[in-house]
Write a protein that binds this ligand. Structure first.
Ligand code: MN
Length: 492
């Protein structure tokens, strides 16, 4: 996983020459101390750098051009300590290619009863300086995050931190390569999509490598390398099988897939059980291990969920919880207590495990190959989200649903896969109804670490539709929202 502190966020403060040198020096000093405090905050994952107090249109345009072309810069944060006439921002903003946050704060928290005079007011005028600034972004229809509140307060810093994670997701998205081992599962619709449109919108480079190429890489892995990998497994997992050969083959698959992904600079991959020509086992443990290391994965050729899994994992680096490729599998429809049991035939990421995963080997009913080794575990209880990206034809829609993972209350001793049980918001019947109305896939990214706000900000940066199923969602309002969104997106 990457170190998020490598991502810089530039604090750009607007002003003008009207105030004189002394005031401008004070503005710069105050801005620098805000940047320093934000940078030191445990809620802030990226690096905050005070960049400039810009007084002219040329200075603004210049700093935005630099931000665009600096690979370390993941976004800009603006704040108007004083008044910055916003026509000065138009030419610069017209060029902006990085995520943008408008921090509406004030340097001093309180109005000092005895000390307030016109000098104090002229320095502390964010209340109207930031309104002038907000207007031009609204007028130019810029995607932006607005955070309002005192800069030392934790909720403010947390919102900035959350947005930074979305911006880091934007940056990762723009350079993401996805390796498809083979094509999609035959006849399946929701895992398909327009890869050209996805690259235009999201930056993803999605390409296919033949399974035979992977088989050659698997055959190149030595027994010694496989044994070393198996020794790692023995430390991290419980070995609940005598079939060590199956585990060794998965070790070879893991090493081979990682080599291909790394040589291509890819962060995510997909495969399908229908296209395993020359492979002895469908990768199970191998895929779970790669997901645990931060690679994204999608089953049945689902490159969209593979990419999303990687992006969400990288965005949430360092946060507790875990993120996994997931699939709604089977329901428990006990009235009033309805639950969804999520799993996949093998490939659930162990970062969401509530217990030490065990390696088991069982035959697989589909795929017509040897019994694959896989990690089996229960997912942990807690609040989470499920995320699905679907191609609506002409636009991409990101669907997020709030869920609460629960203790299953069932042992399910004959179920040979990792699983997690959850209650979708607002309840399974309404939630599933809305999910199906929106066209949400059976495959999702399940994350305890990401929040709906993070995904919404990411969707806005990417310029794609966002819908959110929450505890307050009703079918009637949700239908209306989808109907209006269809009209709005047709106009784009
Ligand atoms: Mn599937």
């Amino acid at each position: 996983m990457s170190d998020l502190k490598n991502n810089e966020f530039w604090l750009v403060v607007g002003s003008q020459f009207l105030y004189g040198e002394e005031t401008l020096n004070q503005v710069a000093a105050n801005a620098a101390s805000i940047a320093e405090a934000l940078d030191a905050s445990p809620s802030i994952p990226g690096k905050v750098i005070y960049k400039i107090t810009a007084k002219t249109a040329d200075e603004i345009t210049q700093v935005i051009k630099e931000a665009n072309f600096n690979d370390n810069c993941a976004g800009i944060i603006t704040w108007m300590h004083t008044f910055s006439p916003s026509k000065m921002w138009i030419n610069g903003f017209a060029l902006l290619q990085k995520p943008y946050l408008h921090l509406h704060t004030q340097f001093g928290r309180n109005i000092p009863d005895l000390d307030i005079n016109m000098d104090f007011m002229n320095l502390h005028q964010s209340a109207h300086g930031d309104r002038e600034h907000g207007f031009i972004a609204a007028r130019m229809r810029l995607p932006r995050k607005i955070v309002v509140g005192y800069w030392q307060d934790e909720p403010v810093q947390k919102q900035i931190g959350s947005w930074m994670r979305s911006a880091i997701g934007y940056k990762i998205s723009k350079t993401l390569k996805v390796v498809r081992f083979g094509d999609n599962m035959r006849e399946v619709a929701v895992t398909e999509g327009d890869k050209v449109e996805a690259q235009i919108k999201l930056g993803w480079q999605v390409n296919t490598w033949p399974v035979g190429y992977l088989v050659e890489e698997i055959e190149k892995v030595t027994d010694k390398e496989a044994d070393e990998r198996c020794a790692e497994y023995e430390v991290k997992y419980d070995i609940s099988t005598d079939n060590i050969e199956s585990i060794r083959y998965q070790a070879k698959e893991e090493i081979a897939m990682k080599r291909i992904l790394d040589s291509e600079g890819a962060g995510a991959f997909s495969n399908t059980f229908q296209d395993l020509y020359g492979m002895k086992q469908l990768p199970g443990l191998a895929t779970q291990r790669l997901m645990e290391a931060g690679y994204g994965y999608g089953g049945e050729g689902d490159w969209k969920v593979a990419a999303m899994t990687h992006i969400v994992k990288q965005m949430t680096a360092g946060l507790p919880g875990g993120t996994a490729f997931m699939e709604d599998y089977t329901y428990d429809l006990e009235p009033g207590k309805e639950l969804s049991l999520g799993a996949h035939m093998l490939e659930v990421c162990p970062t969401i495990a509530a217990e030490k995963p065990r390696i088991e080997v069982h035959p697989l009913g589909i795929g017509d190959r040897e019994a694959p080794a896989r990690l089996v575990f229960e997912g942990r209880p807690g609040k989470a989200i499920v995320v699905s990206l679907v191609d609506m034809g002409g636009r991409l829609r990101l669907i997020v649903q709030d869920i609460e993972a629960v203790e299953p209350g069932l042992k399910m001793p004959n179920l040979p896969v990792a699983r997690v049980m959850w209650r979708p918001e607002p309840d399974l019947l309404t939630g599933a109804h809305c999910w199906i109305l929106a066209g949400g896939a059976h495959h999702t990214v399940l994350s305890y670490a990401a929040t709906a706000e993070m995904m919404e900000d990411w969707a806005e940066m990417m310029g794609i539709e966002f819908v959110h199923i929450t505890k307050d969602t009703t079918i009637e309002r949700f239908k209306q929202q989808l109907f209006l969104a269809d009209l709005a997106w047709k106009l784009q």
